[in-house]
Design a protein around this ligand. Structure first.
Ligand code: GRF
Length: 234
């Protein structure tokens, strides 16, 4: 599966996805062939160039949605993109792109959707809202992308505990570590399904994420929810 990754920032999730591809070698079911950003200075573009991957900047500011959409579709078609991954992309994906790659666009969000999502919920705003709410758990969500912010079908989540003395930065770092583990696993599963002609389906944390060689080291900071866990919220 030929993959495009969209970034607006540093691209640490892009780095994790590239590392997963490298570790799996030719057996990996997908390959990142294009990295697109709305910002020419995005660190993710630099990361892509260093890995020898084609990059493109599709500016959004002062342009109509139709112009943005047409340029993005052209880039994707030129590279025969089959799967699109948003990894810290802060813009709404144009509707024609969502439609043409329907069921083939994923996003990672740094909180447990459907809470703490939507427009304006990005970066430290998310973690500040989690801390303000008193929630005891946060963690990344990987979901399908539709035409609204953070509302597509949830494919996978991983719970990360909120500590009593957390700051937004400390919580962000703990969640980001989980993102780097979760996103590559979900992407490989989805790419495998799509390659077999099957749609992207939700992964079950206990049966899917914990099965296989990554199980023991999967998430050092948290345990999956189980009925008997003493940390299980009431
Ligand atoms: C991540 O927290 C991701 O969940 C959110 O944006 C951040 C991107 O970080 N959508 P990076 O650019 O991958 O380091």
């Amino acid at each position: 599966m030929r993959v495009a990754v969209l970034v607006s920032g540093g691209g640490s999730n892009l780095g994790a996805l590239l590392e997963a591809e490298r570790a799996a070698g030719p057996a990996h079911p997908s390959r990142i062939v294009l990295v697109v950003s709305d910002r020419p200075e995005a660190g993710g573009l630099e990361r892509a160039r260093a890995a020898g991957i084609a990059t493109a900047v599709v500016a959004v500011r002062d342009r109509t949605p139709d112009e943005v959409s047409a340029e993005m579709v052209t880039h994707f078609r030129d590279r025969q993109i089959e799967l699109v991954l948003l990894a810290g992309y802060l813009r709404l994906l144009p509707a024609p792109v969502v439609r043409e790659w329907s069921g083939r666009v994923l996003n990672i969000h740094p909180a447990l959707l459907p809470a703490f999502g939507g427009q304006g919920m990005w970066g430290r705003h998310v973690h500040e809202a989690v801390l303000r709410s008193g929630a005891r758990w946060s963690g990344p969500t990987v979901h399908l992308v539709d035409e609204r912010y953070d509302e597509g079908r949830i494919l996978a989540q991983w719970p990360v505990p909120v500590q009593p003395d957390d700051t937004p930065a400390a919580l962000a770092a703990r969640v980001l570590e989980a993102e780097h583990r979760l996103y590559p696993i979900v992407v490989a599963r989805v790419a495998e399904s799509l390659r077999r002609g099957q749609p992207a389906e939700p992964l079950s944390a206990t049966t899917d994420l914990l099965a296989g060689p990554t199980a023991d080291s999967f998430m050092p900071h948290s345990e999956p929810f189980t009925a008997s866990s003493p940390e299980d919220p009431q």
